[in-house]
Design a protein around this ligand. Structure first.
Ligand SMILES: [Zn+2]
Length: 307
């Protein structure tokens, strides 16, 4: 999901343009603004970044405190010349995210104008005064002249094409993914043995770890890469379950027997699936988080290569 899909229309109404990668950028009352999706904790968020001249960040934060629906803790100052407001992305309630972002932009801009000077109207690359575009530079919106904008766009196109023409390395993805999955299985089993319980956070962590390994090894991730990651996360958690049976049966009988552990586990899975309902739910959540973080890592790589 691109930001422009949910915010394109209202962004345009406020003078922002939809960029190639789906982010929005442009000028709102003399301030360059960039609205894009960013990783935020385990999920995503919409970030509103404003390029500013000198100003009083503490005073702005205080002013934001007085606005209904805005959280001062979400207002950051990533550099002396920019500020950022973050709206956590609730993908299940897209309409709500859209409303929150619009309200935040509409409240933040006049407040910013009250506490900050706009940045100088000069190209951030060459210094020429005939600025025409707001492009992303070093993670924040920057005013760029037509000539430099053309050069940057050509570079971005070349970088994007280079990324898209890389062949995904499936074999490496599977091998390294299996290493991650095996590590996940051992941790999953160890936690069951030590704490007699399974944890949602752990399955999510395994999801992220396996996704990381697959991404790292494959270079470029395509649809098959997502399937590989999803299957390996599931395999990791269920292998961890069987491994814990292997250990527990081995300790009880003094005779570790992998096939016995597997059959005992399958027996429960088939005859009393209710006992394993949490494991199944946790495993599926692990897959979901893994796939989501893979997509995040992928878009980050694309972005890094574009910048
Ligand atoms: Zn320039």
């Amino acid at each position: 999901m691109k930001i422009s899909d949910i915010l394109g229309e209202v962004g345009r109404e406020r003078g922002l343009l939809v960029r190639e990668d789906g982010a929005l950028s442009g000028m709102i009352s003399d301030f360059p603004v960039l609205i894009r999706s960013i990783p935020h904790g385990n999920l995503s968020a919409v970030s509103i970044t404003v390029r500013t001249g000198p100003g009083d960040f503490a005073a702005l934060k205080k002013a934001v405190k007085g606005v209904k629906g805005m959280k001062p803790s979400m207002l950051k100052s990533p550099g002396a010349d920019s500020l950022q407001y973050i709206v956590p992305y609730t993908s299940f309630f897209m309409g709500r995210t859209r409303g929150t972002v619009i309200a935040a932009v509409d409240s933040l801009m006049p407040l910013t104008g009250g506490h900050f000077k706009p940045p100088p109207k000069a190209c951030e690359v060459c210094g020429r005064p005939d600025v025409s575009d707001v492009l992303e530079k070093g993670g924040r919106p920057a005013l760029i002249c037509p000539g430099c904008a053309e050069t940057i766009r050509a570079k971005q196109d070349a970088a994007r094409m280079a990324y898209e023409s890389t062949n995904p390395d499936y074999l490496k993805g599977i091998i390294l993914g299996l290493v991650g999955a095996a590590a996940g299985a051992v941790v999953w089993a160890a936690v069951i043995i030590l704490f007699k319980s399974t944890y949602l956070l752990l399955s999510a962590g395994i999801g992220v770890m396996v996704a990381f390994f697959v991404k790292k090894a494959m270079g470029r991730v395509d649809r098959a890469g997502y399937v590989i990651a999803a299957v390996l996360v599931l395999a990791s958690i269920f292998a961890g379950e069987v491994l814990s049976y292997f250990w527990l049966i081995g300790r009880a009988t003094g005779r570790p027997d992998l096939s016995m552990a597997y059959h005992a586990y399958m027996n429960i899975l088939i005859n009393n699936p209710r006992n394993l309902i949490y494991t199944v739910l946790f495993a599926l959540t692990g897959v979901w988080i893994g796939v989501a973080s893979l997509s995040k890592m992928e878009s980050n790589t694309k972005r890094e290569e574009i910048e």
